[in-house]
Design a protein around this ligand. Structure first.
Ligand SMILES: Nc1ncnc2c1ncn2[C@@H]1O[C@H](COP(=O)(O)OP(=O)(O)OP(=O)(O)O)[C@@H](O)[C@H]1O
Ligand SMILES: [Mg+2]
Length: 250
């Protein structure tokens, strides 16, 4: 479903090059929920942006549903829903409902379908009380819920979430977790990055760990637990970083 092949991404920062991804290769199967783990600056957002066709890889390639991100971005954009951390992409002057209607329109949803979908999502996220309020006055968590709803308004088959639960309270994080379970039941392919290891261990079938732009592990969680002789993902993650040659006090 998502095929990442030898992807390297370099950014030019003044006169220096920053290598955000180094020869990253892995595959995400249809219906799989993959957790992307890595420290700050590891390259998670860069990888998600590349999959979402928003960045071109410097070398290597990414195929999503059989389409190439550089050559066929429009085909991919139709099938995916993306949410990048703090960039909610919402319009402050519009109400939550207007925002959702606007994005539904961009994706070509009809009026009736849009209404049904907004009802469904606002019920699920407990947003009905503030659906008709302007987003400008929303708290961080309220915004994030609207942003998550926006991401899936068009019922995409592939969903990319970059740190989706940052800023959400316990209740909302749980709603997000339920959402992932539901999307999984619907057969969606999902990648999400998170700093919350428990979240990844609870929700994901597979995990990709990135350290300083390099893939240090990719595979199923069960395989990883077996291989490491532990079910403590936090510990496993830290020990992978240590083995990659860095100094960490654990
Ligand atoms: N547009 C850019 N220009 C220059 N450097 C960039 C750019 N985008 C990302 N980088 C660099 O690429 C590296 C990876 O960044 P990225 O945002 O992908 O990390 P991340 O894993 O998402 O981190 P975080 O957990 O903090 O969100 C960092 O060194 C970052 O400074
Ligand atoms: Mg990031």
């Amino acid at each position: 479903m998502i095929n990442i092949q030898e992807v390297t991404k370099q950014f030019k920062d003044k006169k220096k090059y920053v290598t955000a991804l180094k020869y990253v290769s892995f595959e995400v199967k249809q219906g799989e929920v993959l957790g992307l783990l890595g420290e700050n600056g590891a390259g998670k957002t860069t990888l998600l942006r590349t999959i979402a066709t928003l960045l071109d890889p410097t070398t290597g390639q990414v195929q999503v549903g059989g389409f190439n991100t550089v050559k066929q971005p429009a085909e991919i954009q139709k099938q995916i829903g993306v949410l990048f951390g703090s960039e909610t992409g919402l319009y402050d002057r519009m109400t939550a409902r207007e925002n959702l209607e606007y994005f539904a329109m961009l994706y070509g949803l009809g009026k009736h379908e849009t209404k049904v979908r907004i009802d469904e999502l606002s019920k699920m996220f407990g947003m009905r009380d503030y659906l008709n309020r302007k987003v400008g006055g929303f708290s961080k968590g309220m915004r994030q819920k609207v942003a998550i709803a926006r991401t899936i308004i068009h019922n995409p088959s592939i969903i990319l979430f970059d740190e989706p639960t940052t800023g959400l309270d316990i209740t909302s994080s749980n709603v997000f977790r339920q959402l992932i379970h539901q999307l999984k039941r619907e057969g969606k392919t999902i990648i999400f990055s998170s700093h919350i290891v428990e979240e990844v261990s609870m929700l994901c079938d597979a995990v990709a760990m990135i350290h300083k732009g390099e893939l240090v592990y990719h595979g199923s969680l069960e395989q990883l637990y077996e291989q490491e002789g532990s079910r403590d993902l936090n510990y496993i993650f830290m020990s992978k970083l240590v083995r990659s040659g860095d100094d960490y006090a654990i």
